[in-house]
Write a protein that binds this ligand. Structure first.
Ligand SMILES: [Zn+2]
Ligand SMILES: [Zn+2]
Length: 363
């Protein structure tokens, strides 16, 4: 890879001629030059309290939608509302109390574990010095990838923009992705073990599966041990692996909490950004809450990759195909050769066919 021309033209940081870090530093819109995001509340305390507030704010919106039952939202409901009562093995009141208890434990643990370092120091750190470090890597990478001549032209024109973008956007986005990958791997491994080990399923994870028809604030309805292992330890691991700042952690924890609530909302919403962005969404996770899908779709909360890699992914279509032969004689829809849309509802074409069948019978 390296030849003598590249090596001889290789600049040391002190001597390279490119203006890679412009002064004064241009801050992105999200850089808030204050001691803390919420006045009087240190960012590390916000990292513990933020997810709790987000959980109930997002759950509150979905609870309101469930209560009002507007036709606009009802068309996207995965199960009939009555099924919440008839199929779930736990009452909404019990769910509410258990979630609060679990959150109380997590909050106390979180505050006890609180990072001792002053989060404000991260906000007011020497960004120019850090960007110089990024610039060194960019200069070296450009020389190796482009060669001395092109690298020189490229760095003179775009060097400063590239350094600034990498520092404020590129690396933070990579850190987010890394944290999501670590959290997914951790949760998949544990979640699948909870199903494969009969003792763990019976005494720990079966609590969450009392909800056959999930609703938003049931997202963290778990045995406290599961909440601690999956969520608390998962959060600490992913934040540390991605070397996130406290403010990055606040955002990551809030997004992953909102995502978990959204995955249990019971609505398949085509305009919901979280559901559009991720294949692992409320419809995907709902399959895992059903009898027929309980041995599939363990992946959570972000991607479906682990299910794909380990062969545990189940789609609505595959589930319907798998169930057909067994229900052939009993299912009047299949008997009549009518198609469903995967939620047990007739497709438009099948509805027409059913109406024609009915009419023919009457005649
Ligand atoms: Zn499960
Ligand atoms: Zn669930």
């Amino acid at each position: 890879m390296f030849n003598s021309t590249v090596l001889s033209a290789w600049p040391t940081w002190s001597s390279h001629p490119y203006d890679m870090v412009r002064q004064p530093i241009q801050y992105p819109f999200y850089h808030i030059a204050k001691d803390s995001l919420v006045p009087g509340l240190p960012d590390n305390v916000l990292a513990v309290l933020g997810p709790f507030l987000i959980y109930w704010a997002v759950s509150g919106i979905f609870a309101l939608i469930d209560h009002v039952q507007m036709p606009f939202f009802e068309q996207y409901r995965i199960h009939e509302p009555e099924e919440v009562k008839s199929r779930n093995r736990v009452t909404p009141g019990q769910v509410f109390r258990m979630v609060l208890l679990q959150q109380a434990v997590q909050t106390v643990l979180g505050l006890w574990w609180l990072d001792e370092s002053d989060p404000a120091e991260q906000t007011f750190r020497d960004h120019a010095a850090d960007m110089n470090g990024y610039a060194r890597v960019i200069v070296r990478a450009a020389f190796v990838l482009l060669g001395p001549k092109t690298a020189t032209r490229f760095l003179t024109t775009y060097g400063a923009e590239l350094t600034s973008w990498a520092y404020w956007w590129g690396v933070p986005m990579l850190q987010f992705f890394c944290a999501a990958v670590v959290m997914d791997a951790w949760q998949y491994m544990l979640h699948r073990s909870f199903h494969q080990n009969k003792f763990l399923y019976k005494h720990v994870h079966s609590v969450h599966h009392r909800l056959y028809v999930p609703y938003a604030y049931g997202a963290l309805y778990n045995h406290p041990l599961e909440g601690f292992l999956l969520d608390t330890i998962g959060a600490v691991l992913s934040e540390s692996a991605a070397r996130m700042s406290t403010r990055q952690a606040v955002l990551f924890f809030c997004i992953s909490t909102a995502k978990t609530v959204d995955d249990h909302c019971g609505l398949k919403l085509p305009f919901d950004p979280l559901q559009r962005l991720f294949n692992n969404n409320s419809d995907y996770h709902d399959i895992h809450h059903q009898f027929f899908g309980i041995s599939s779709n363990f992946a959570q909360p972000f991607f479906i990759s682990w299910d794909v890699i380990c062969g545990t992914r189940l789609t609505r279509e595959a589930a319907a195909a798998r169930r057909k032969p067994r229900t052939d004689l009993r299912d009047p829809l299949i008997k009549a050769g009518l198609e469903t849309n995967g939620h047990g509802n007739l497709t438009e074409q099948a509805s027409k066919e059913q109406a024609q069948l009915k009419q023919a019978k009457e005649e």
